[in-house]
Design a protein around this ligand. Structure first.
Ligand code: NAD
Length: 498
């Protein structure tokens, strides 16, 4: 059986920890590989390699760093099909989802290629007689990224291109559920000319994560995953003196106002609710039908569901694939049962879906639509992370806004309306980090930054873009005076500006 190893100091390294995990093919339900689980000593090895590489990498010219990033961009762009096949095999992504993930990842690599101007400091001449002050933006040193299963290519690309371009050495701990993408990216970075040790991959579980969080030579940790783990990462990492940004889970609401184009809203709800089988932190989970649009909207969503092609990602026509594991699929299905028990109306039940021949053991469930959902029901109060769309009916905009703002999460939200004034009011009033106006998945482009509010992000910097540059650098202010050969004297007073 194929084994997925670590990547340390420019080469694959087989673990000696004696611990490993199972890598499934979610579309068939078969085990396809094992993945090494690092112990603390292996994390030490990665940190030592990164620390060694950091010294010369940080003093490698910015244009040289940019050239390597450009070469990496060309490799990823040229081999998208190979990368997409790995995403399909281990995550279960259908073709449009896999290529979409790579395209959004590439945007972040391209941003990093051109990031040199953002790494500049400032300069003030003559702050006092003969004295200048300037600031430098410097890398942090060895930094780490810990990433979730649902975007094994894009989420690491939110982190390492900027971190490396800024002069840091990087250690990636990818999800143990789909670990091979990280290895492919490591090989391609080496091929692009990145010196050994600047990018390392440590495979594993909590043991590896805890070793990263406690390691004295790791300066910062960027995390993306579920809320309980994000909170743990933030609290533990900061307790060990690290800079931490920890992005957590979500429950994204989409408001549909009475004046909205209901066909457009139904298309959006289906796309954003069932795309990637609902395994997106920006998925729409709760459609809030405002002021009597419920019946017309539900009718339109129901009409669209049978047209979704559910199947393995190897089928070029498939639009929705399996869930990541059998255990996760069973949990998602349990929310359909609890919704029915707690008084909601299951209008379409994804359990009626039958996978095609050869995929009977895959981790599939079809698209589910649950109407008349209310706060207090399990399907509403929890992040389901599956293809289960809830409809909540309310009378007014204020009730809809209260649902959004009372949610413990604040990742994304959307409003569908033709009323620009109301949309503007909503963008101002909602306590959410990313807002779509007639756009259901408002993931910002790479030159803005990505991040939620409340329990969707712990820390004070959003991911990638300008805030990513801030996260992976620190500033230093230098006050300088050069002797002016024309004047020099002794002065015992406290330095004052003159
Ligand atoms: P997860 O929290 O289970 O795992 C994320 C990472 O943490 C993995 O690398 C995993 O190995 C590690 N981990 C898991 N349990 C741990 C523990 N007890 N101690 C230390 N480390 C641990 O998340 P997941 O299931 O891989 O991904 C899905 C979750 O990620 C969803 O909640 C989703 O909303 C969230 N997500 C958020 C964003 C965002 O930008 N806010 C983006 C993508 C995914």
């Amino acid at each position: 059986m194929r084994a997925v190893h670590h990547w340390i100091d420019g080469k694959a390294l087989e673990s000696g920890s004696g611990r490993s995990g199972v890598v499934w093919n979610p579309a068939t339900g078969q085990q396809q590989a094992t993945v090494d689980f690092a112990d603390a000593a292996e994390v030490d090895l990665a940190v030592a390699a990164a620390k060694d590489a950091f010294g010369s990498w940080r003093s490698t010219g910015l244009s040289k760093r940019a050239q390597i990033m450009f070469s990496f961009r060309e490799i990823v762009n040229g081999r998208k099909a190979e990368l997409a096949a790995v995403l399909t095999s281990e995550h279960g992504k259908v073709p449009t989802d896999a290529t979409g993930e790579i395209a959004r990842g590439l945007e972040n690599i391209e941003f990093a290629c051109g990031a040199a101007p953002l790494l500049k400091g400032g300069y003030s001449e003559h702050v006092s007689t003969g004295v200048d002050v300037y600031s430098l933006r410097q890398p942090l040193g060895v930094v780490a990224g810990i990433t979730p299963f649902n975007f094994p290519a894009m989420v690491p690309m939110w982190m390492f291109p900027i971190a490396i371009m800024a002069g840091n050495a990087f250690i990636l701990k990818p999800s143990e559920k789909d670990p091979s993408t990280a290895m492919l990216l490591a090989e391609w970075l080496a091929e692009a000319g990145l010196p050994a040790g600047v990018f390392n991959v440590v495979q594993g579980d909590k043991v590896a994560v805890d070793a990263i969080l406690a390691h004295p030579d790791i300066a910062a940790v960027s995390f993306v995953g579920s809320t309980p783990i994000a909170r743990y990462i933030y609290e533990t990492g900061t307790r060990h003196g690290k800079r931490v940004q920890a992005l957590g889970g979500a429950k994204n609401h989409m408001l549909v106002m009475p004046d909205a184009d209901l066909n457009m809203a139904a298309d959006a709800a289906v796309s954003a609710g069932y795309g990637s089988a609902g395994e997106r932190c920006m998925a729409i989970a709760a459609v809030v039908a405002v002021g009597g649009v419920g019946d017309a909207l539900v009718e339109r969503i129901v009409a669209r569901i049978p047209k979704i092609v559910v199947g393995p990602g190897t089928d070029p026509t498939a639009e929705m694939g399996p869930l990541i594991t059998g255990e996760h699929r069973d949990k998602v299905v349990s929310y359909i049962h609890s919704a029915r028990r707690q008084g909601a109306t299951v209008v379409v039940d994804g359990q009626d879906y039958t996978p095609p021949a050869g995929n009977e053991n895959g981790f599939f469930t079809g698209a589910t639509l649950v109407d008349n959902v209310k706060p207090g029901m399990d399907v509403y109060d929890n992040e389901v992370f599956g293809p289960v769309l809830s409809v909540i009916r309310v009378d007014t905009y204020n009730e809809a806004l209260a649902l959004v703002n009372d949610s413990p999460y604040g990742n994304g939200t959307a409003i569908f309306t033709r009323d620009g004034g109301l949309a503007r009011q909503f963008q101002q009033e909602c306590t959410v980090g990313m807002v779509g106006i007639n756009v259901p998945i408002p993931v910002p482009v790479a030159y803005y930054s990505f991040g939620g509010w409340k329990a969707s992000l712990f820390g004070d910097r959003h991911m990638y873009g300008p805030e990513g540059i801030d996260f992976f650098t620190r500033t230093k202010a230098v006050t300088s005076r050069w002797p002016d050969p024309r004047e020099s004297s002794v002065n015992l007073g406290f330095p004052e500006t003159r």
